[in-house]
Design a protein around this ligand. Structure first.
Ligand SMILES: NC(=O)c1ccc[n+]([C@@H]2O[C@H](COP(=O)([O-])OP(=O)(O)OC[C@H]3O[C@@H](n4cnc5c(N)ncnc54)[C@H](OP(=O)(O)O)[C@@H]3O)[C@@H](O)[C@H]2O)c1
Length: 280
């Protein structure tokens, strides 16, 4: 039987459909050329595409991850089916332009779908360049990212003062919910797509539930694992466009992707989820 279709959300600035579960590459795609490390990643990519997933998020900050992403996407002949998101992470206009050119080479993609200012580094300069690149058709969407709770007011302030930003990427998880009030309503009001990073707090959240079964009532929203429990909580938030869990393990990728289909928890069930987490 075919897997149920993945839920999508429209990117507010264009209406283009974005599947709600994608893939992060920090650490997990920073590998060498050997088959032992690359073969599982090839499988992770295949599973994501077969399930209807699209977005792969990378950065020049992630060591070899951009190059590995470029290689694997090319080997799979998958460029038309993926949404490539990378970042600019440097100071100065010329350095930013040079870094983005290098990303395009490594990703083997003259036009990148989304480039984000990584951790807001020199964001005024890089955003000005990104706006020009978007006008020239060198990038399809532009955005800003960070991962700390302390950065949420600055991310929100930029969305409020700078027009034309398509995406904001921030940390949001059942464990760290500050974005729910500090950023998501502002992104929704300004029609900015939201990419959620660190949905499992870099894997730490699994330690808190080790040895515990997922509650029976999770079946009411088609959830059978802790990864799906954590991801469905995030995806159920209407301001969220997609989440990008990182993994190099095909079994984990298959698990994460299942969070993108079936029923999502309603407001009452989300309250129940928060109560359970906070009681652990
Ligand atoms: N400033 C920024 O822009 C910024 C900052 C942080 C992150 N990010 C982006 O967001 C992505 C995700 O964040 P993250 O890498 O920090 O961590 P994360 O997605 O919160 O957690 C990744 C960890 O979860 C484990 N995992 C994944 N699926 C699992 C499953 N089904 N069951 C059990 N364990 C599972 C992975 O281990 P296995 O490999 O063993 O599966 C990995 O150790 C990054 O890769 C990056 O693309 C961006």
């Amino acid at each position: 039987m075919a897997a149920p279709a993945m839920i999508t959300r429209p990117i507010p600035s264009s209406g283009e459909a974005m599947p709600v579960v994608g893939l992060g590459t920090s650490q997990v795609f920073d590998v060498g050329e050997g088959a032992a490390s690359r073969q599982p990643l090839t499988e992770v990519l295949r599973l994501m595409l077969d399930a209807g997933g699209k977005i792969i998020d990378t950065s020049p900050m992630y060591g070899r991850a951009e190059a590995v992403t470029g290689d694997l996407v090319a080997e799979a002949g998958a460029r038309p089916r993926v949404f490539l998101a990378t970042k600019v992470w440097t100071s100065g206009r010329e350095a930013g332009i040079a870094q983005m050119r290098r990303s395009a080479e490594l990703l083997r993609s003259p036009v990148i779908d989304l480039i984000q200012v990584h951790n807001l580094l020199d964001w005024r300069t890089q955003l000005a360049t990104l706006r020009q690149m978007k006008e020239k058709g060198q990038v399809r969407y532009i955005g800003i990212t960070h991962y700390t709770t302390g950065s949420l007011p600055e991310l929100a302030g930029i969305l409020q003062s700078e027009p034309g930003i398509d995406f904001v990427q921030c940390a949001y998880s059942l464990g760290t919910r500050a974005a729910e009030t500090a950023l998501l309503p502002i992104a929704a009001a300004h029609k900015v797509a939201v990419i959620v990073n660190r949905p499992f707090e870099d894997g730490d959240m699994f330690r808190r539930v080790r040895g515990r079964a997922v509650p029976e009532w999770a079946a009411e929203f088609d959830c059978i694992s802790w990864a799906q429990f954590f991801l469905k909580y995030i995806i159920a938030e209407p301001a969220v466009t997609c989440a990008i869990p990182a993994t190099s393990n095909p079994v984990h990728m298959a698990d994460d992707l299942k969070a993108g289909s079936g029923r999502l928890p309603d407001a009452k069930q989300r309250e129940q989820i928060r109560e359970l987490w906070d009681s652990l």
